[in-house]
Design a protein around this ligand. Structure first.
Ligand SMILES: Cc1cc2nc3c(=O)[nH]c(=O)nc-3n(C[C@H](O)[C@H](O)[C@H](O)COP(=O)(O)OP(=O)(O)OC[C@H]3O[C@@H](n4cnc5c(N)ncnc54)[C@H](O)[C@@H]3O)c2cc1C
Ligand SMILES: NC(=O)c1ccc[n+]([C@@H]2O[C@H](COP(=O)([O-])OP(=O)(O)OC[C@H]3O[C@@H](n4cnc5c(N)ncnc54)[C@H](O)[C@@H]3O)[C@@H](O)[C@H]2O)c1
Length: 484
């Protein structure tokens, strides 16, 4: 039966971005319609953050059983029930799913329409028999795996993040195309759960992270048995006896340390494609809506408005930094703009991200190379090793580094971390960068002892290490001593 809805706001996509806008708008009593064609919760809940972090947790449990010797606890080679690990993953999703469910959102006052949305005009959307005419639209349709143009890929049953979490048996030899966050998190998780794993990366693994810190992650994964082929070109994919055969090429300065030939063949049982993301915009009717886009995503201005000013686009579909917390950040900006008509401007220089390998690697704000370009000699980088932290010593997790970047006036403009709890520590640094705090303020808080977070205060104090040596400062201290 056909029906027409006329909300103030219509949100397309019930992933991290869309859910946040819908919940926020409904909380202020604004009529809002939310359209979703598949599972509520989008990538993060169903095929992204939650299953990947749950699998890493299972893998971490296996790794800890193998690693007790230094603590006087006899290591064991644990029997892994891969199907049970997957049951754990599904139960975590089920525990979170009610929060993102149709029932909860209807309870919040949101009208949820299930089906595929497509624009039929600049202010009209069709979802099956339903027509939605809204004052404002928010496109939050996310992204899907980008498939590289490797000849033969279509001839094998390759995996992506949309299918790998459904495997019930551990792959014998998992080949992973792409050494980004998905590739490395899945490499470590599967290796720890019993698979042989080979990562093939066209360029440099984790290329968006600090280049001084990335090698610590790669070395840790290699030490656990993950095989790495960086700067490797996969020329062809074909079916093989064991599953999949890759023909690979190494350029002159090839990634193989053994100096093997320029061409080679690698056989594995499974292939995971983790080579980036493409925006989910097919069939949306963006042309009819007057919304411009490119292969990267929907084009938006700093306020996340599209070329049609009544339509915003947020989250993965705009092709910027693709993280759940960025999707949530975007949602907040859109609510500010659409509900309160306040200026809203995305600031990409305060965004943190974390890859949840062991060790974790985290970035907040500017990378050193970016900061140097911007501030030149006015930039100071201070570095502290985890080995200087008592808690890291107690837990024997001393492989790690923190680097703080101080711009003019000692303002923290960026931070890079690698090591245990790097992601948790990124929280405090994210607050500091977003609020424009200085090294003085970062040195001035009391960190509970012994915590990993003390590393941050130590790094901030290191910024002032030269102060006691300055002549003027020493002279003042000398004079003050005269007063008893
Ligand atoms: C394996 C993996 C691990 C990740 N881990 C992390 C992590 O640890 N931390 C982190 O911050 N980020 C992580 N991410 C990234 C994170 O999942 C995404 O950035 C986030 O989910 C993007 O949210 P979104 O709302 O923009 O899009 P999505 O979650 O993709 O939601 C878009 C929704 O729109 C719907 N939709 C699309 N087109 C239409 C249409 N025409 N009509 C109706 N509905 C439509 C889709 O069905 C989907 O539900 C990970 C991603 C992957 C793949
Ligand atoms: N912990 C997290 O926050 C987390 C975890 C997973 C995913 N994510 C998000 O999901 C996004 C997608 O992750 P991703 O790892 O797929 O993408 P990515 O773009 O970060 O990395 C893809 C990698 O694949 C390589 N590559 C591309 N084509 C190739 C080819 N033909 N052969 C070999 N290598 C090739 C690239 O050089 C790159 O290093 C990330 O950018 C991130 O935003 C976040």
């Amino acid at each position: 039966m056909s029906r027409q809805l006329t909300p103030d706001i219509c949100v397309i996509g019930a992933g991290s971005a869309g859910l946040s806008v819908a919940a926020g708008a409904a909380a202020f009593g604004v009529p809002v319609v939310l359209v979703e064609r598949a599972a509520m919760g989008g990538d993060c809940l169903n095929t992204g953050c939650i299953p990947s972090k749950s699998l890493l947790a299972a893998a971490g449990m296996a790794a800890s059983r193998r690693a007790g010797a230094a603590f006087g606890v006899a290591p064991v080679d644990p029997a892994i029930d891969f199907a049970a690990a997957k049951a754990h993953l599904r139960s975590v999703i089920s525990a979170i799913a009610p929060h993102d469910s149709v029932e909860r959102f209807e309870g919040l006052g949101v009208t949820v329409v299930q089906g595929e949305a497509r624009f039929t005009g600049r202010d009209t959307l069709a979802v099956g028999e339903t027509t939605i005419r809204a004052r404002r639209f928010v496109i939050a349709t996310g992204s899907h795996p980008f498939l590289p143009p490797v000849p033969g890929l279509e001839t094998v049953p390759f995996l992506t993040n949309e299918s790998i979490f459904g495997l019930e048996a551990c792959p014998e030899h998992l080949l992973i195309l792409g050494g980004g966050p998905i590739g490395l998190e899945m490499a470590q998780a599967h290796r720890r759960l019993g698979a042989r794993v080979t990562v093939l990366e066209a360029g440099r693994a984790l290329s968006r992270d600090d280049e001084e810190h990335v090698p610590l992650v790669i070395e840790a994964l290699k030490a656990e048995g993950v095989e790495f082929l960086e700067r490797t070109h996969v020329a062809r994919v074909e079916p093989g006896e064991a599953g999949v055969v890759l023909t690979v090429e190494w350029p002159e300065q090839g990634g193989r340390s053994d100096g093997a030939g320029r061409m080679g063949r690698i056989e594995g049982s499974h292939l995971l494609v983790a080579t980036g993301r493409a925006p989910s915009i097919a069939g949306l009717g963006l042309d009819l809506a007057g919304v411009e886009f490119s292969a990267r995503g929907i084009k938006v201005d700093e306020g996340l408005r599209t070329s049609n000013r009544r339509i915003y686009a947020i989250g993965d579909v705009v092709g910027g930094l693709q993280f759940t917390h960025v999707a949530n950040y975007h949602a907040g900006l859109v609510l500010r703009s659409a509900l309160f008509r306040l200026p809203a401007k995305e600031n990409r220089e305060i965004v943190p991200w974390v890859t949840y390998t062991t060790p974790e690697i985290a970035q907040v704000g500017l990378l050193e190379a970016e900061a140097r370009k911007r501030y030149g000699t006015r930039l100071r980088a201070v570095r502290v090793d985890y080995a200087a932290n008592d808690r890291a010593q107690a837990e024997r997790r001393t492989t790690g580094k923190v680097k703080l970047l101080a711009g003019p006036g000692g303002r923290l403009v960026g931070a890079s971390l690698v090591g245990a709890n790097a992601g948790e520590m990124a929280n405090l640094l994210s607050l500091a960068v977003s609020q424009g705090l200085t090294m003085k303020q970062l040195a001035g808080f009391i960190a509970p002892y012994p915590t990993y977070g003390e590393i941050l205060r130590r790094a901030a104090l290191a910024y002032y290490a030269e102060v006691p040596k300055r002549g003027l400062v020493r002279a003042v201290v000398r004079i003050l001593r005269l007063f008893g």
